[in-house]
Design a protein around this ligand. Sequence first.
Ligand SMILES: Cc1cc2nc3c(=O)[nH]c(=O)nc-3n(C[C@H](O)[C@H](O)[C@H](O)COP(=O)(O)OP(=O)(O)OC[C@H]3O[C@@H](n4cnc5c(N)ncnc54)[C@H](O)[C@@H]3O)c2cc1C
Length: 456
Amino acid sequence: MNAPLRVAVVGAGPAGIYASDILTKNDPDVTVDIFDRLPTPYGLIRYGVAPDHPRIKAIIVALHRVMENPRITFTGNVHIGVDIRVEDLREYYDAIIFSTGAERDRPLEIPGIDLQRSYGGADFVAFYDSHPDRPQTWDLTDATSVAVLGVGNVALDVARVLARTGDEMLYTDIPDHVHEILKNSVVTDVHMFARRGPAQAQFTPVELRELDHSPNVQVVVHPEGMEFDEGSAQALSQSKSLRMVVDVLSGWAVRDVDPNPAIRRIHIHFLENPVEVLGTPETGVTGLRTERQELTGNTGIKGTGEFTDWPVQAVYRCVGYKSEPIQDLPFDQGRHVLPNEAGRVLDTEGNHIPGIYATGWVKRGPVGLIGHTKSDASETVANLLADADGLVRAPQRDRAAARAFLLEKGLHITDFDGWDRLEDHERALGVAHAVDRERVKLHNREEMTKVASALQ
Ligand SMILES: Cc1cc2nc3c(=O)[nH]c(=O)nc-3n(C[C@H](O)[C@H](O)[C@H](O)COP(=O)(O)OP(=O)(O)OC[C@H]3O[C@@H](n4cnc5c(N)ncnc54)[C@H](O)[C@@H]3O)c2cc1C
């Protein structure tokens, strides 16, 4: 009989944690060790979901329960492919599930995109969510009108955070330096641009409505983009959620702009395709050129040759996230995922690399909500368990040996008890704050590691 399975999960975002949960529920003997390159678990729930979405962040409570299972461990500050290699893990684990997510901006290849004040939305998100390895500061004092390219939920988050006042965000977990920067923002107008029409928008109704919940922000939909073709009508007849989105947008399209100078505005422009960021290396961004699009009847679009220059001084592109390659593993450079068939990672010939699996955004690309990573994990785990008898057992089978290896490498690893200590610390900072708050996030990796460290 084979020894009980030992599985490593690389990436402690929701996909990795759900996969660990499903594994332990379906195999009474398996043990799972989860690794993350950050000192903390929860991936984009902590570093992607907007601070003013506490309801979503509450999913962490359920994931915490999963991690309390003694058959599951968490080890932070281990960057697989950088600190240690995939082959090192194979010494201790019979199978490895990669759930490394996606956290960088996809490129947008239009002239001027590299000018100063042309930003990746993912960088701004990482800033306001206080990711320890990403920008720790942001200049919001140099642009009153800004463009947000894209009309998905991430674009909504970015537009909303840019438009809200710093004080409106103070009830969230943002640290003081982020609050200070949002508070001093001079942004008055946020223009969102979509290439396609309202019936092709990627928003979800709840997130869209939320855009208008602030008394300091007015949302204006520019009516000339509110066009529908036969394809749109068909899409609308098939989706209640889309009908809700279009109803909300239609309501906003007949509003007058509020003349109150204290109100910030979010403008939504459909059927305007960004074709060039205007400016020079000396001036940075001075505008955005878009080409008017028309619907072709089947939800497709084509350019009309009519161009508009919008006087904005900063551009945030929210055109999607992308995963990063992992050393020693194949990578699909076109789709930015680990090449896989239902979670089994494939080599360049299309054969399954024994013992290597993928789940979450690195498996199927950066689309879908946290809940989707659960069904995704079910498929990957089912295939892993189906392969289990044929998996070659790793030579070293002891958790303590794997831990000793990491310590020998000089890594300042953190564990799940350490996460609890960090949480307590952040909550205490919240209570001690001048405005009583649920928590205040730490953002410096050394400090986080120190607080989380068992030696503390
Ligand atoms: C801006 C933004 C807002 C969002 N808002 C919502 C929302 O409101 N509601 C909702 O349901 N969904 C939201 N989502 C979607 C949700 O975040 C994703 O569906 C989910 O996080 C994907 O999970 P994952 O585990 O695949 O990846 P991730 O959450 O990205 O987790 C991957 C983990 O792997 C780690 N990692 C990466 N590489 C390595 C490596 N080489 N070694 C070790 N560790 C590594 C990372 O540090 C990270 O912790 C949002 C996404 C974004 C980008």
